[in-house]
Design a protein around this ligand. Structure first.
Ligand code: AMP
Ligand code: GLY
Length: 439
């Protein structure tokens, strides 16, 4: 099988690393990838949102499967364009990717199909007066979200009406989220703990993957600015067997049924961002792809052949790949970022210590370093972005603590000028009752 992966982060490195382990894969390309991805795939200089270029490349290289990493290409219809040429693609069509690319669409979709989520109202930029009237009677804290894609940063939680009113002004008049803020969703604040659930689907059949928990804030103790994600662990003990059953019955199955009824073709992975309280989950958001850094912990826990699963999902015959087997193990990934991220930061810093992380060590110790943003400078890896590396450990299912230690032991061996990481990834799970965890 000849596979093309689209994207350039640690998620795509993890995807390529996992696909490379399949005996079915004869050739692996990644566009554009990064220096780390270059160790496992041939890098192609192509912009993933340039759907025409993706199709031309896939036809020329006789690609059997395109795996889409990020949401951007899906939201502009890369799956539709590939599908037109009968090239199997792991990733939903544009009309289904709206679940992520429009928060107003997602809320209305959940409302139509009775899927549990926070109460909400939607306002366009020309309805500022109506939005202000609504805020006068809202409960606080209230959550204000830009409708469009904003790289996880388009959410403002306001404690008072004055704060909410200021947020409205920033979105509609100062346009801090640009076009993404042409519409907003105002919603009820949900208390609880967040977790992510992933399922691979062909639109009808589905296979649950491991659950995971991200760490979105820059500082220890979930303080400071929001980032793309500073680390993750899997599975998440907060998602007990009972919660998982509720998620499948009340969220996942109605979502897939709703998509089918509305003629929105979904073949890929669906990511449910959940808020859990009193053993019940409600939807915070949908994503139409793997999370980053969640992919770095969810993918290593898949035992079955990922290339086989993804191809069968893309071809609408996922049932042939079921059941998808998972390892009974735990995984932890710690992101090493550039000092200053998520604001401005330096790049081009030489990275030390990576030479220790050979494939042999990967197999012996279950430790692997996925590259998020690196470049080659002569024989050296140098930093090339905010989230530079995702240092990942896989260990025993019933000893997350040891897996965390293993990840941090590896982190300690790697460095560059201004390297920054959180020191509490996974800690939250250690206070949960682990005997209820799912796999
Ligand atoms: P989103 O981009 O919709 O996932 O929102 C980003 C983050 O904002 C989420 O991961 C939550 O931490 C927080 N958030 C979003 N919506 C809500 C809500 N209704 N209640 C509480 N927190 C929320
Ligand atoms: N880590 C959060 C996301 O990928 O959206």
């Amino acid at each position: 099988m000849r596979i093309l992966v689209l994207g350039s982060g640690a998620r795509e490195h993890a995807l390529c690393w996992k696909l490379k382990q399949s005996t079915l894969v004869s050739k692996l390309f990644c566009a554009p990838g990064n220096a780390g991805v270059g160790m496992v795939a041939e890098l192609i200089d192509l912009i993933p949102t340039d759907t025409k270029a993706v199709v031309v490349f896939a036809l020329r290289e006789r690609i059997d499967l395109v795996v889409v990493g990020p949401e951007g290409p899906l939201s502009v219809g890369v799956a539709d364009a590939l599908d037109k040429e009968h090239i199997p693609v792991f990733g939903p069509r544009k009309s289904a990717a709206l679940l992520e690319s429009s928060k107003a669409f997602a809320k209305e979709f959940m409302h139509r199909h009775g899927i549990p989520t926070a109460r909400y109202a939607v306002f366009n930029a020309d309805e500022e007066l109506e939005a202000r009237a609504f805020l006068r009677h809202a409960n606080y804290p209230a959550v204000i979200k830009a409708d469009g894609l904003a790289a996880g940063k388009g959410v403002i939680i306001s404690q008072t009406e004055a704060e909410a009113s200021h947020a409205l002004d920033e979105i509609f008049n100062q346009r801090i989220f640009g076009e993404a803020g042409n519409r907003i969703v105002i919603e009820e604040y949900m208390e609880g703990e967040e977790a992510s659930v992933f399922a691979i689907t062909d639109g009808t059949a589905y296979a649950m993957l491991s659950t995971a928990q991200d760490h979105k804030r820059i500082l220890d103790g979930d303080r400071g600015k929001n980032t793309g994600g500073m680390g993750a662990y899997a599975p998440a003990p907060i998602v007990t067997q009972a919660v998982m059953e509720q998620v499948e019955r009340e969220i996942l199955e109605p979502t897939l049924k709703g998509l089918r009824e509305e003629g929105r073709i979904y073949r890929g992975v669906i990511y449910l961002g959940l808020m859990i309280r009193n053993n019940r989950a409600r939807v915070v958001e949908y994503n139409v792809r793997f999370g980053d850094p969640e992919a770095e912990v969810v993918l290593p826990l898949i035992e079955s052949d990922v290339a086989d699963i993804m191809l069968k999902a893309a071809e609408g015959r996922l049932t042939e790949a079921l059941p998808v087997k998972l390892f009974s193990a735990s995984a932890v990934t710690v992101v090493i970022a550039s000092q200053g991220y998520p604001d401005s930061y330096q790049t081009g810093e030489t990275i030390h210590g990576l030479e220790e992380f050979t494939p042999k060590r990967e197999i012996d110790e279950g430790t692997v370093v996925f590259h998020g943003a690196t470049k080659m400078d002569g024989h050296n890896y140098v930093t090339a972005g905010g989230r530079v590396l995702a240092v990942t450990a896989v260990g025993y299912a019933d000893d997350l603590k040891a897996t965390i230690t293993q990840a941090y032991n590896a982190v300690a061996q790697i460095g560059f000028n201004g390297a920054y990481y959180r020191s509490d990834i996974g800690k939250k799970a250690l206070v949960q009752p682990v005997h209820e965890s799912n796999g």
